[in-house]
Design a binder for this molecule. Sequence first.
Ligand code: SKM
Length: 275
Amino acid sequence: AEAHRYAVFGHPIAHSLSPEIHQAFAAQLGIHLRYETIDVPPGEFEEAVRRFFAEGGLGANVTLPHKEAAFAMADERSEAAQRAGAANTLTALVGGKVQAHNTDGSGFVRDITERHSLDLRGHDALLLGAGGAAKAVAWALLDAGVQTLTIVNRTPERADALADAIGEPARCHTRYWDGLEGECFDLVVNATSIGIHGGTFDLPMSLLQDHSTCYDLSYGAAAASFKGWATAAGTRYFRDGLGMLVEQAADAFEHWHGQRPDTDPVYQTLRQRLG
Ligand code: SKM
């Protein structure tokens, strides 16, 4: 029989580990599927997704720069997608309709609470960034029970807009990027693209305490800049986003196939290869 078709859309996308992750999950559970990468520039995204589904595609992951467009084109949207205003998981529905979902927030929290055994309840968290990934993570951190969430962004209006959308002023507020002197946090999450563009983190080292965790949503070379700052600031607990990548894939996989894969062996394989 023809394998069921899945794909990840992005631009660029050749680097994506999603095909390998989903094929590994499928092999574990005896599911037969094909999962490919599809590179489309922004103007052609929606048409390409519709064509993929019309030709029998059943589900798609979506990454930069298409997550907002994926959300916008959908006919149905999960609460997680609505909160992020972005989708990383699209599912073909009957009649050519498309459902949007977002697993970035749940994947992040699962990685941090289960793989890294960090109980977020009562934590004071600092979120750097206010873009699509930051939005998903902000809601997920609050759901996971952080005591406070402070959001800073180079463009402060975007941080304010996110805090307003969350609407929990007692727990979630913003600061200016250069207004963090004298504050300290249990968890600092980098959801900016600073590392991707080769910038550096000009933040006070005093943000961290002995036990503080630093987490970069990206992995590999893109996480190096924040890791450099975190290490200089003395963190003993630096985490990159490889675990989140595997967990968001597992949540999408479960959404599509109704079965939960074991993420550990897949994570370990990728970790060994990527360092
Ligand atoms: O949210 C994920 C997306 O589902 C897939 C992905 C990738 O393939 O690199 C990265 C993240 O944006």
